[in-house]
Design a binder for this molecule. Structure first.
Ligand SMILES: Cc1cc2nc3c(=O)[nH]c(=O)nc-3n(C[C@H](O)[C@H](O)[C@H](O)COP(=O)(O)O)c2cc1C
Length: 225
C-alpha cells in the first residue's frame, strides 16, 4: 500500500530528511540481527523501489523475495567460491587486507531480494532506449537505489552481493534466460549502520573528495584550472 493510502492510525515511516538518509546509508554485511521485517515496512520499501524512474516508463524490474533457507545456503556457497576466485587474483598486502573483509550477509539477514532486468518489457518501442541499450539497466539500478534509501529510512540495512555468475542465479531462482539478474540484496534490521564504508574501515579503499570528480566544461578540467 503506498504511504498516501495508509490509514491515519497506522504508524508511518520514520520522518528522516533525505540528506540524512543519503549519508546514513551503508552497505551492510556483519550488522544484521535477523529480526523480522513487518509486512507494511517491506511493502513501503518495495513500493519505493517500484516508483523509480525508468526509461520509457518500461519498469523493467522484478523482485524475487528469497526466504527459503536452503536456497540462500546454495547461493552463499556459490558466493564463497567466487570470493575464492577473486582472492586467487590477489597477492601481498591486497590479499592480506581482503582476507579480513566479509562480502555478504546472506544467512544473517532477514530476507534476500534478487532484482532482475527484463529487456523485453515494453519492447520494441521503449521510448529513449533506441540509442542506449543500457538505459534499461540504469532504470533497474535506480529502483535498487530507491529500495536502499527507503530501507535506510526504515532503519533497515541492505547489502549488495555481486560475487556470483548470472547463469547460476538464473538457474537457482528459475529466472528466464531472457531476464538478467542485476543484484542480490540482503535486507533486514541491523545492530547499527557504520559511520564509514566497510572497505574504508578495512583499508581496502578510501572515498575521494568531491572536488576530484567534478569537471568544468571539459572532462579532466578541474575548478582551479
Ligand atoms: C553494484 C554493487 C555491487 C556490490 N557488490 C558487493 C559485494 O559483492 N560484496 C560486498 O561486500 N559489497 C558489495 N557492494 C558494496 C560496496 O562495496 C559499497 O557500496 C562501497 O564499499 C561503499 O560503501 P557504502 O555502500 O557503505 O557507502 C556493492 C555495491 C554495488 C553498488
Amino acid at each position: 500500500m503506498p504511504p498516501t493510502d495508509r490509514p491515519t492510525d497506522e504508524p508511518g515511516p520514520p520522518t528522516t530528511s533525505l540528506y540524512d538518509v543519503l549519508h546514513r546509508r551503508r552497505d551492510v554485511r556483519a550488522e544484521f540481527t535477523g529480526e523480522p521485517i513487518p509486512e507494511e515496512v517491506l511493502r513501503r520499501v518495495l513500493t519505493a523501489a517500484h516508483s523509480a524512474p525508468s526509461v520509457g516508463l518500461s519498469q523493467p524490474w522484478d523482485y524475487v523475495l528469497v526466504r527459503d533457507e536452503s536456497t540462500r545456503r546454495s547461493f552463499r556457497e556459490h558466493v564463497l567460491a567466487e570470493r575464492d576466485t577473486f582472492d586467487a587474483q590477489l597477492s601481498g598486502e591486497r590479499a592480506e587486507t581482503f582476507s579480513r573483509i566479509k562480502v555478504e550477509g546472506i544467512m544473517e539477514s532477514t530476507l534476500c531480494v534478487a532484482v532482475t532486468y527484463d529487456p523485453q518489457r515494453g519492447a520494441p518501442e521503449v521510448l529513449g532506449r533506441h540509442a542506449i541499450a543500457d538505459a534499461g539497466l540504469y532504470s533497474v539500478c535506480l529502483a535498487i537505489q530507491n529500495l536502499w534509501l527507503a530501507a535506510t529510512a526504515e532503519n533497515l540495512g541492505v547489502g549488495w552481493v555481486s560475487f556470483y555468475r548470472e547463469e547460476f542465479l538464473q538457474q537457482l531462482l528459475n529466472i528466464p534466460a531472457t531476464v538478467r539478474p542485476v543484484a542480490w540484496l540482503c535486507l533486514g534490521p541491523v545492530h547499527e549502520l557504520a559511520e564509514a564504508p566497510d572497505l574504508e574501515r578495512h583499508g581496502w579503499r578510501s572515498r575521494t573528495p568531491l572536488e576530484e570528480r567534478v569537471h568544468h566544461d571539459s572532462y579532466g578540467r578541474g575548478g582551479d584550472r
